[in-house]
Design a protein around this ligand. Structure first.
Ligand code: CP
Length: 307
């Protein structure tokens, strides 16, 4: 049975069932031949990119994905050059753009922005990152990377290392992983621990997890996947809080002394200095492969949402 996402929005990772995730993964794999060439499967379709926050990977991979599939791209990455600078509302802007495009991809600092746009327009909307809580396409990319690199997700131990308080990638990935049978280890400085509501959410689902404030090589030995995140400096409301945690953690070669041979290390990127550049040379480093898989997953999403 073929699975369609036609006409649907993607606002939260919870909008996608496990069966749909696996269909996205299969579609992404089947589209790999077009990642370096061109298809006309979305010929005549237009995607609007509305980016109210900086982005390299998400914006450019959506753009590349649409172009590789034969579609066109409009949009902006600098809202100050649009009529928003004259006082036009986000919703009015979206209701105008739906006349020009078949799908909207939006990144915004406010958590509810993508949902508000989806409620206001008739065309599909993809949340490309909103606030500190949600980044569903990154979660799909991360899940796909694990699925491709490990051949499965069930039965794995995932160790999250870094800013677990403000990272929307972590929050969305944890929710995506709840579709599978995995074990969680969370390692972060005290000030960047999982939010209390996140901890309570996992407990309410009877999901076991280990929480630690520093990473040891013994702890790293337990992991099948280490997922590293930078400190999300832009989310701090108190600059002094950022100063207190700046540079407080870093994954180094010493942590990898006793790890499993087939460990994979992921990072949504950008990296600042929380992941030693020496690790790039090891077979564990999969974060640039993850970038490539991001292109495939976004190609699959666009195809499945627009055909
Ligand atoms: N991982 C990610 O969302 O990267 P960008 O901010 O560059 O899009």
């Amino acid at each position: 049975m073929s699975i369609s996402l036609s006409g649907r929005d993607l606002i939260s990772i919870n909008d996608v069932t496990k069966e749909e995730m696996l269909a996205i993964f299969r579609e992404a794999t089947s589209l790999e031949p077009y990642a370096r060439s061109k298809s006309d499967v979305l010929k005549g379709k237009v995607m609007a990119l509305l980016f109210f926050e900086p982005s390299t990977r998400t914006r450019l991979s959506f753009e590349a994905a649409m172009k590789r599939l034969g579609g066109d791209v409009i949009g902006f990455e600098e809202p100050s050059m649009t009529s928003i600078a004259k006082g036009e509302s986000l919703i009015d802007t979206a209701k105008v753009i739906e006349n020009y495009a078949d799908i909207i991809v939006v990144r915004h600092p406010f958590e509810g922005a993508a949902k508000a746009i989806a409620d206001a327009v008739q065309i599909p909307v993809i949340n490309a990152g909103s606030g500190a809580l949600s980044h569903p396409t990154q979660a799909l990319v991360d899940l796909y990377t694990i699925w491709r690199e490990k051949g499965r997700i069930d039965g794995l131990t995932i160790l999250f290392f870094g800013d677990l308080k403000y990272s929307r990638a972590v929050r969305s990935l944890v929710r995506g992983l709840l579709n599978f049978n995995v074990s969680f280890i969370f390692v972060s400085p005290e000030l960047l621990k999982l939010r209390e509501e996140e901890r309570e959410f996992l407990k309410s689902m009877s999901i076991p997890f280990i929480e630690k404030s520093s990473l040891t090589s013994d702890l790293a030995r337990e992991a099948d996947v280490v997922y590293v995140t930078r400190i999300q400096r832009e989310r701090f409301t108190d600059p002094m809080e950022y100063e207190r945690v700046k540079g407080s953690y870093r994954l180094s070669m010493e942590h990898l002394q006793h790890v499993k041979n087939d460990l994979i290390i992921l990072h949504p990127l950008p990296r600042v200095n929380e992941l030693d550049w020496e690790i790039d040379k090891t077979p564990y480093a999969k974060y640039f492969k993850q970038v490539f898989y991001g292109l495939l997953v976004r190609m699959a999403l666009l195809k499945m949402m627009l055909t």
